[in-house]
Design a protein around this ligand. Structure first.
Ligand SMILES: CC(C)(COP(=O)(O)OP(=O)(O)OC[C@H]1O[C@@H](n2cnc3c(N)ncnc32)[C@H](O)[C@@H]1OP(=O)(O)O)[C@@H](O)C(=O)NCCC(=O)NCCS
Length: 179
């Protein structure tokens, strides 16, 4: 387990697959992610199998403590780790919509940044976020990410094109935040 302020991160398990199917087949959640088509159980199982041998990818389940139990509310991960340049791409999704806007996303991002910069000694962590997702933008800014660029009109969603932002944070910036 990796503990944040109000969340903890654990490894994902095969038993989580039905939960993933419920979350990622919900258009309200999926609209913010790169996936755009409904996902089948077989696809999700194949994806899960492929994660087992990944050495350049860390995916965690986010859990919060409610009513004396740990509840699984989303996933967060560091992907496509480049060990030479010491970079990674951060991804996060809280699938349980009741938990949006309560600070759990920011807590989870800070916790996975601590893992990336502290345990893995990464130099830079980056991500891409759609311009129509101000909640995510604000969450990343609160965790210390800076906007680095805009990809104009890159994402087609609901009949029109949208911009996306590149954001990044460096190891020394994260360390400076905590000092
Ligand atoms: C994006 C996500 C991880 C953020 O986590 P969260 O727990 O909901 O976010 P937090 O509560 O930590 O922070 C959200 C911030 O955005 C602000 N916010 C929410 N809606 C907003 C809006 N429409 N405009 C501007 N700010 C907004 C909140 O007020 C809060 O900022 P504050 O603390 O300064 O008040 C989560 O909402 C999620 O998983 N959403 C669905 C999937 C997704 O978007 N993934 C990211 C893909 S890049």
């Amino acid at each position: 387990m990796i503990y944040g302020e109000r969340i903890r991160l654990r490894a994902i398990e095969r038993e989580d697959i039905p939960t993933f199917l419920r979350w990622f087949n919900d258009p309200e959640v999926r609209q913010y992610l790169l996936m755009f088509a409904p996902m089948s159980r077989a696809q999700e199982e194949r994806w899960f199998e492929s994660t087992l041998n990944q050495k350049d990818d860390f995916l965690f389940a986010i859990e919060v403590h409610v009513e004396d139990k740990w509840a699984h509310i989303g996933n967060v991960g560091l992907h496509r780790i480049d060990w030479k340049n010491r970079t990674a791409v951060l991804g996060i999704a809280l699938g349980e919509k009741d938990y949006w806007g309560k600070g759990y996303g920011t807590d989870s991002v800070r916790t996975v940044l601590q893992f990336g910069f502290g345990a893995l000694n990464l130099h830079r962590i980056e991500l891409e976020v759609f311009a129509f997702n101000p909640r995510a933008l604000r969450c990343y800014e609160k965790a210390g990410f800076k906007k680095e660029g805009v990809r104009r009109s890159v994402h087609f969603h609901e009949g029109r094109y949208h911009d996306a932002y590149y954001m990044g944070i460096l190891q020394e910036e994260f360390a400076g935040q905590k000092a």
